[in-house]
Design a binder for this molecule. Structure first.
Ligand SMILES: [Zn+2]
Length: 76
């Protein structure tokens, strides 16, 4: 099973629907077993909804900071 960081790194492609089938299975397996990542999935969905209403190049600094912080925490 892949770790939280690996799952989260694939989360964007997963949410975009552009993830490889093998990776999709890995992410889904992880999300099914990891409550922390289920929380991250909700977070990522929220973030994507917000990005959909903005230019992705105009990402708020606090969002970038929170995203980086989340990835860092998952890697511990
Ligand atoms: Zn996890």
């Amino acid at each position: 099973m892949i770790g939280c960081t690996e799952a989260f790194n694939r989360l964007w492609e997963y949410l975009d629907g552009t993830v490889e089938a093998d990776d999709r299975a890995l992410v889904e397996e992880h999300l099914a077993r990891c409550r922390t990542c289920c929380g991250e999935l909700e977070f990522a969905k929220e973030l994507r909804g917000m990005l959909a209403r903005r230019s992705s190049e105009d990402l708020p600094a606090d969002v970038v900071r929170r995203l980086n912080q989340t990835i860092e925490e998952l890697g511990r």
